[in-house]
Design a protein around this ligand. Structure first.
Ligand code: ADP
Ligand code: MG
Length: 708
């Protein structure tokens, strides 16, 4: 093993006087307009974006191996001398291949590059080079070892090794720009421009948490020092990663702390607890509330009585009965002369809620309006106050929708953070109470930290009399079994859901579409009534089909995932999911939650089409093994990694790129404490102007600081 002098790491800041954080990437050395357009596809617009676009992994290319020691199949790095080179053209496809043969006296190594004939200019006989790549070729053949498209570096006078003989960062490439080109650009950026990075964290925070300076962390995360532990880098736990992860958490929690603080100083509505409407409503309910439902309603009542705005998250697995809890809360607002609204994520679900809730409060004479993008006419009812309860989709937060006196806003089935939607809803009234209902189960410690600005209630009990759901995976070859099970249930008077992943046949992925399935099932069960719903069917028609299914006039409902949440038909006892291998775990659990609501045994049939990957296999197995949403959530976290678990991008809160909520939970807790302490001491961040600026930028204008 031989060691080559490591690169000269001179921080050459000369000529960087006119650069700033928001300098467009185009003007950064080595980029230019064409590459800037490509970088933009990676979400990179400015110099700062570039500096904070970190490699996704690292390759240890420090160990220079002798050719005789190269191991077949490994990624290896070797230093050697050019023996010969030349271009060959393949006879059929006329592809140009540049071939290079090198030696280090212990053996020969042949390398090939495809369609890069210009490489011929670089390599002259006798030139010393470093090559790094996967060792291929038959190790026992006469030709010796081979590499395809290895990274290379000429050993010259300057010895500035970027791609080899060091801990090499590997960046995500994009069309038209190779990982190697990205690396070269990043090397220049890091060396010439990292001086623009200013440390915004208060010194005390750095000290208490043993964090390294930000500038150093950024440099190290791109081009690590020689002796950095490769494993630590790749696991994202090196000191550099630790600092960067801390900052992501800290800026997230700081924003949450501001939101939480605002609630404690804003004046809210103090509802009187008359209990007349609620009592009347509970009396006409055909069932007794579960103990968990009663407890949560009591917690909400207490919040609503207090003169502070309520901000509560109600968490409960599918089918635990959150709608009733929502309705009871809305009735408290209504009998105090206020309006209440319930926002659902889809039109279908809004319609369902509308129908159900309408039925439940009809007798009390409460006025309800449905607000979706297709029903704008109703908005007058809310402005005048004739509608006491509004149920709708995102249409509720549109500009033109006005309430006369909104006292309570509920967001149902909130899979995401929804911090931004919450703020929008809040503006529809004057500090209305906010209630969020979610079935997305997340481990409690994470909930506390991430939904940190909310109080949490948990409905941890299903209504009694629920029969367990039997879940089984079938392969496409076992169609007959599935059909006979469906037939059996149909003759027992039950109804069936059949869910498909797409609406129409897609040429690209050969998926079975709902439309096609609808036709097929009509042929298989000619004597049965079959309905079809998906997102492109007009609302009236959809409503009609759903109503008929609910009334038992339709036996089989073929659908896409529009029915994922909230649909409630107790007589339906079978959920068949076609192409189950393509669904996410949370989605499958949601779908399964549509059945098992009556007193019948229910079956969730997951039809899978091999071949599929390891992850899909684990998902299906998990579904078979448990109905517990919490356990599935943990499994999901384990399978997917926490990266996209929360889907933060859509929600308007800062991204977590380096930080990992599971791996870095301790860091998250520490960041949270620091953030909340700072806001407690001075909510306007007056003593930390740089931190303030960074925070506002991170939250992209969605955060308003509290003036003190
Ligand atoms: P989710 O929490 O998934 O939104 P829903 O509110 O849709 O659940 O309730 C699921 C079903 O359970 C509905 O049919 C509802 O009427 C029924 N339900 C709710 N609470 C109870 C209860 N305490 N006892 C019996 N059935 C209940
Ligand atoms: Mg629900």
């Amino acid at each position: 093993m031989e060691k080559v002098k490591t690169l000269t790491r001179n921080n050459n800041s000369a000529g960087s006087a006119h650069i700033a954080k928001d300098t467009p990437a185009q003007f950064v050395k080595g980029v230019g307009p064409a590459r800037a357009r490509m970088l933009e596809r990676l979400g990179i617009k400015t110099l700062e974006d570039m500096l904070f676009c970190f490699p996704w992994r690292y390759e240890d290319r420090k160990d220079l191996k002798k050719i005789c020691d190269l191991r077949y199949g490994n990624t290896e790095t070797t230093i050697c001398e050019v023996v010969s080179s030349g271009i060959i053209t393949t006879p059929k496809k006329r592809m140009k291949i540049f071939e290079l043969t090198v030696t280090d006296k212990t053996g020969y190594l042949k390398s090939r590059w495809f369609n890069q004939p210009y490489l011929e200019r670089y390599f002259k006989k006798g030139q010393k080079v470093i090559l790094s790549g996967v060792v291929k070729g038959n190790p026992y053949s006469m030709t010796g070892a081979e590499m395809e498209n290895p990274d290379y570096e000429l050993v010259g006078d300057e010895d500035t090794f970027i791609h080899t003989s060091r801990m090499v960062p590997v960046y995500k490439a994009t069309e038209g720009i190779s990982p190697k080109q990205v690396r070269t650009i990043m090397f220049n950026v890091v060396n010439n421009c990292s001086s623009i990075i200013e440390d915004y964290l208060p010194a005390g925070v750095l000290e208490r948490n043993s964090l390294i300076p930000l500038q150093k962390a950024v440099k190290e995360a791109h081009f690590p020092e020689e002796f950095t532990d490769a494993a630590a880098l790749n696991q994202g736990i090196s000191p550099a990663h630790r600092r960067l992860a801390f900052d992501e958490f800290f800026l997230l929690e700081l924003g949450l702390a501001v939101l939480k603080k605002r609630e404690t100083i804003e004046e809210g509505i103090s509802f009187e607890d008359k209990g007349v409407l609620v009592t009347r409503f509970l009396q006409v309910l055909p069932f007794e509330l579960t103990a968990a439902q009663k407890r949560v309603i009591a917690e909400i009542r207490q919040d609503m009585r207090r003169p502070l705005p309520m901000n509560r998250l109600v968490h409960g697995d599918v089918g635990c009965g959150k709608t009733v809890v929502a309705l009871a809360s809305m009735l408290i607002a209504v009998e105090n002369g206020y309006q209440a609204c319930l926002m659902a994520p889809t039109e279908l679900l809004a319609e369902q809620h509308f129908i159900n809730i309408h039925r439940m409060v009809e007798a009390s004479g409460v006025n309800i309006a449905l607000v979706t993008s297709g029903s704008k006419g109703k908005s007058g009812d809310m402005a005048q106050g004739t509608a006491q309860i509004a149920i709708g989709t995102h249409a509720l937060i549109q500009e033109h929708v006005k309430f006369r006196k909104l006292g309570l806003a509920i967001i149902d089935e909130q899979h995401r953070f929804g911090v931004v939607q919450r703020a929008d809803l809040r503006r529809k009234g004057s500090s209305p109470d906010i209630l969020i209902m979610t079935a997305t189960p997340i481990p409690r410690t994470l909930a506390l930290t991430l939904y940190g600005d909310l109080d949490i209630s948990i409905i941890d009990e299903l209504p009694s009399g629920r029969k367990p759901i039997i879940t089984k995976v079938f392969f496409s070859s076992q169609k007959e079994k599935v059909l006979s099970l469906i037939k059996e249930e149909l003759s027992g008077g039950r109804q069936i859901y059949i869910v498909y992943p797409l609406i129409e046949e897609s040429e690209k992925l050969d998926l079975k579409s709902a439309v096609e399935g609808f036709e097929a099932f009509k042929r298989i069960f000619p004597e049965r009534k079959i309905g079809l719903v998906h997102g492109r069917i007009p609302r009236d028609e959809r409503e009609d089909v759903m109503a008929k299914f609910k009334a038992g006039e339709i036996d089989i409902l073929v659908a896409t995932t529009v029915i994922e949440v909230g649909i409630d038909v107790p007589n339906a006892s079978v959920m068949l999911v076609v192409h189950a291998e393509r669904f996410g775990l949370a989605q499958l659990h949601q779908l399964r939650g549509r059945i098992g609501r009556g007193g019948h045994d229910s079956h969730c049939l997951l039809m899978a089409y091999p071949p599929f990957g390891e992850e899909a296999k684990r998902r299906l197995k998990a579904m078979e093994s448990t109905c517990d949403g919490f356990r599935l959530a943990e499994e999901d976290l384990d399978i997917r990694g926490p990266g996209d678990f929360f889907g933060t991008r859509q929600s308007g809160i800062p991204d977590l790129k380096i930080a990992n909520i599971v791996r870095d939970i301790k860091l998250l807790e520490a960041a949270r404490r620091e953030a909340f302490d700072i806001i407690e001491a001075g909510p306007d961040l007056g003593s930390y102007p740089l931190l303030k600026e960074t925070l506002m930028k991170k939250w992209m204008g969605r955060l308003e600081l509290i003036k003190s």
